[in-house]
Design a protein around this ligand. Structure first.
Ligand code: MG
Length: 262
């Protein structure tokens, strides 16, 4: 008897017929496209010409010309610090100033300069501060310390780049008095439940002269000069600059802008 010879193509077809249901049950092989997302499309932001210049979506808080975006902290009257030569200088007699606008989460750029002829020592040498959220009068809020820390010994959680009395800076990249310094901050505001209890804490990331000094630090509450920090519920808050009232020449600021974040 002559064995039946199936044509090879027929044998292959039979194999496919048997294998196809098995293949259908197996998970599909992953493809590169599976992990490619095409939306949401990020908003186009035109960056500043330099890192000091505001990107296209920034709110400019001080561009060297006027204090239109600022008020006095104590009575909300127009801010009266000194504007000249494109910079803003603390007025010893006018107290803290704060933004007219209130913010939640944001990215902030601000530059500051301790006078070259600064005198004093410790906390009385070029002291100011950026309150990342001003929650009331005076020094109420969350303070990112400003201080001459070039060659000036003080408690380390009170140095420039510290979250005052909460977080020691990870490095000391401070420049000499008379030189401009930069803070670039990412602030995540705390959130609160309807009964005022804390829902999620505040976080701060800070670059000081381009060097990371606070890395998503979780705050324990508002800045307290004496005692432990604790939270007090608020919704939105201005950004506040501190007039510390030292005897020596006051500090100056420039190029202040903020980008609101969700
Ligand atoms: Mg201070």
């Amino acid at each position: 008897m002559i064995p039946i010879q199936f044509p090879k193509s027929l044998a292959f077809a039979a194999l496919i017929a048997v294998a196809t249901p098995l293949l259908a049950q197996a998970p599909a092989a992953p493809k590169p496209e599976d992990t490619e997302f095409w939306e949401p499309i990020p908003t186009v932001v035109t960056p500043g010409a330099t890192f000091a210049a505001p990107p296209s979506d920034a709110i400019v808080l001080f561009d060297g010309k006027n204090l239109d975006q600022w008020v006095s902290n104590h009575d909300k009257s127009p801010a009266k610090w000194i504007v000249g030569d494109g910079i803003l200088t603390v007025s010893k007699t006018e107290g803290n100033i704060e933004t007219k606008r209130s913010f939640k989460n944001y990215q902030l750029h601000i530059e500051w300069r301790v006078p070259q002829n600064i005198t004093g020592s410790g906390q009385a040498r070029g002291n100011s501060g950026v309150f990342l959220a001003s929650t009331g009068l005076g020094d109420a809020g969350y303070e990112l310390q400003v201080l001459d820390s070039y060659n000036n010994k003080t408690y380390v959680n009170g140095m420039a780049g510290s979250i005052y009395k909460q977080a020691i800076p990870l490095a000391n990249p401070g420049r000499k008095p008379g030189e401009w310094q930069t803070y670039d901050v990412v602030w995540t505001a705390p959130t609160f439940n309807s009964d005022g209890s804390l829902k999620s804490p505040a976080f701060a990331t800070v670059f000081f002269n381009g060097v990371l000094v606070q890395n998503h630090f979780e705050l324990q509450g508002e800045t307290r000069y004496i005692g432990k920090p604790f939270y007090k519920a608020y919704d939105r808050a201005p950004i506040k600059l501190q007039a510390h009232g030292d005897k020596s020449e006051p500090l100056s600021f420039r190029n202040i802008w903020v980008r609101e974040l969700n």
